[in-house]
Write a protein that binds this ligand. Sequence first.
Ligand SMILES: C[S@@+](CC[C@H](N)C(=O)[O-])C[C@H]1O[C@@H](n2cnc3c(N)ncnc32)[C@H](O)[C@@H]1O
Length: 210
Amino acid sequence: MADNPGASYWNWLAPRYARMTLRDEAAYARSLALCATHVSGRDVLELGAGTGTTALRLAPQSRSYLATDYAARMISIAAERLAVDPVPQLRLQQADAAGLVGRGEQFDTVLAFNMLHLLPDLDGTLRVIRQMLKPGGVFISKTVCLRDAPPLIRLALPVLRLVRIAPWMRALSEADLRASIVSAGFEIRQLEYHASGARDFRPVIVALRH
Ligand SMILES: C[S@@+](CC[C@H](N)C(=O)[O-])C[C@H]1O[C@@H](n2cnc3c(N)ncnc32)[C@H](O)[C@@H]1O
């Protein structure tokens, strides 16, 4: 697959991303627990899977698990980790979320952690996600909603982008995100915030494909 120009930031960041430690283990555990019933015994597709942390944790419960990311370096690090810790259900593939349709494969569950805010065409990609799901399938996302973030974070972002600490991201609010998910043909079944302490601006949304 030719590299999407948007992937260059993530290819550059990948080795550092792999070394980053989770800032809020309890929040992550809550998000994984919410996913568990929708992953157990199901065919799962993960978008923007990064270095495979979530895939390696959830795939053992699934029937099959395809973890994708458009950054080749992210996928190669995930492959190195999978080689150390093999999970028979887990396949890794470099793929742009926007270009997944037409592969003749459909899934029970699609997961997208920390990636919807990075999409240049959010509405178009949500329609692709809907097509990747079997009828009655479930889409679970956890997404940075920058508009709901404390003002200091919003003000710092242009500087962080300049020094490549942060990528380009869409300034979503929770309300924007809910509206986009619904207009792509989903019904929102659950919306939760999982952070332990500070103000949380990453809603976890469980949406059912109509
Ligand atoms: C913030 S990281 C999140 C990684 C992982 N989901 C996690 O929560 O740790 C965002 C990931 O999304 C990927 N990504 C961004 N846009 C994408 C797209 N259009 N298609 C596939 N992957 C994408 C990036 O390469 C990166 O690995």
